[in-house]
Write a protein that binds this ligand. Sequence first.
Ligand SMILES: C[S@@+](CC[C@H](N)C(=O)[O-])C[C@H]1O[C@@H](n2cnc3c(N)ncnc32)[C@H](O)[C@@H]1O
Length: 448
Amino acid sequence: MTDLLGDDGPSAGLSDVAVFDRRLPDTPLGNAIRLLLLQVPIARDDATAALGRDGLDALLTTGLAHEDGDRIAMRGRIVPAEGLLMSFDGFAVGHDDPHGYVASYTPTASWLAALTPRRRFGRALDIGTGSGAQALLAARHSEHVIATDLNPRAVAFTALNASLNGIDNLEVRLGSLFEPVAGETFDLITCNAPYVVSPEDRWQYRDAAGFEADQLSQTVVTEVPKHLNQNGFGCMLVSWLAESDEDPDVRVDQWLQDNGCDAWVLGLSGADPLDHAAGWNEHLSVDAEVYGAALDKWTAYFEELGVGWITEGAVLLHKRPGEVHMIRTDPVDEDELEYAGDQVERVFRALERVAGIDDPVELLDERLALVEDARIQQSAGEEGATVILEEGTWHELEVDDETVDVLVELDGRATLAEAIDRARVPRRRSTLADIQELLELGMLDLRS
Ligand SMILES: C[S@@+](CC[C@H](N)C(=O)[O-])C[C@H]1O[C@@H](n2cnc3c(N)ncnc32)[C@H](O)[C@@H]1O
């Protein structure tokens, strides 16, 4: 498909359809893409030639497609993403999309997928599975996956997508949040929650209906640790409210106390109520009056709650034994985010190591190494350097020349103390603090 439509083909939006339709050749492959991806009706004979008689029968039997005179038209779409075929509802048309609309492989789905560790797991759980994206991805590296959703159409799409990809270790269950898995525990839990705080119950995939303010997110963040096995990971996209942007993370910090997990909180975006309302009601902006009324309704809701700032972000958890656990919070640029699962595991190894230490001096005996994708960028004539992680979250840290001298000596065999001696620099607190920061961001790896 990318040969025909380019890299943007799979993420085609409604506004691309007319152009892509004209770019496609009149061949069986062109017609398959036209029908399944672009949702453009095609002649029955062309559909049979493109998909085979069995393929077309399957589409009609599941109801994904229907006959419209002598043409075949799709009710939903089938799109390649992350090496899988995923079906979901057709292109969003805005306010008229039904309450139970099942969304495509959205940008938020891809961010959560990027932040999920991909080591082998035993039991995995995906809460609010939608079309099953996180569950299907987990099924590739887990023994058994349970996917739950409140929306019967979502679990139907997920079951269909499992079949479509020949995945037989995925089980779907209907129900709200953790109800379908009461008393069960898992090694991996993912949840791209319907985290949008709003005064509405317009769409199940968006609005946290039945929950006031950010309570759905709070429930997810506080319940996941109870359902994790030791050494299990929880990966969630949620949102949290604050009085203002001066101290935006107070609530999520409270939710994470005494839960037996280290936590890495990544703020993806923050907005005041008006910007938040504008972003989530953009589909109404063609009608100034309706749009204005929605903005007023949403901002009045936040005023009543005493909320001046809304953060949307990822909460990543690693459960482990021990008395002291760490909470680390960083911003991340969603546009730069790439596969970060290995980095996430390094961050949690680092958080486990630094938990309870009062001083980075305690790291002197550790053997450390810069990870392969960390680059030290120095500019001629300027002091210091920037260490850039060219993968995952693409974090950066400014460091001084002495820290650079130590970093080049960290080869995974020398201890930090030996590397400092070899670099002939003083054991400054600032150097050790930078080393700890690079370790906690997953730019340095523990080799001890
Ligand atoms: C943002 S979508 C995420 C879909 C999918 N997991 C992904 O990553 O693309 C949120 C999903 O949560 C579901 N949902 C909403 N309220 C729920 C609840 N109380 N319990 C379980 N699922 C719920 C919606 O039906 C929707 O499928």
